[in-house]
Write a new protein. Structure first.
Ligand code: 5GP
Length: 120
């Protein structure tokens, strides 16, 4: 069965602070917080505070250009904040075959260890 992408996700509760998270950056448009199941010494998720149909990258439209840019610039900002000066990995998983599990677009920033390519 295809994933239900219309319903609210756990990230709405994180945005509303109804469930706790470790926030590392926040402004009026985006929230960045530590992944609960980190895949490296640093693992941060950067999300838009308003989903606006952007369940995943595959749903991106012209109206999302500004928020998409903000997500990436925030990824760079938090990487610097984390001291990832030798590099890091930025990932957007999309859809079942991309291993997406939460249907509210999010940018993973993973670092603090040597990453490998291809990821498999
Ligand atoms: P995806 O697989 O959709 O690309 O990534 C979803 C990410 O959200 C996963 O890395 C998962 O560990 C993280 N995640 C899921 N639920 C929670 C939560 O309640 N709190 C936090 N901090 N991260 C979560």
């Amino acid at each position: 069965t295809p994933p239900d992408t219309d319903s609210p996700t756990i990230f709405d509760k994180i945005i509303k602070k109804e469930i706790p998270s470790t926030v590392v950056y926040e402004d009026d448009k985006v929230l960045a917080f530590r992944d609960i199941q980190p895949q490296g010494p640093t693992h941060i998720l950067v999300i838009p505070k308003v989903r606006d149909g952007l369940t995943g990258l595959s749903k991106a439209e012209e109206r999302h250009i500004d928020i998409l840019g903000r997500l990436l610039l925030t990824a760079k900002l938090v990487a610097k904040q984390e001291g990832l000066n030798d590099g890091y990995r930025v990932v957007i998983n999309d859809g079942p075959k991309g291993c997406q599990s939460v249907y509210h677009i999010h940018v993973h920033v993973i670092g603090g260890r040597q990453m490998n390519w291809p990821p498999g």
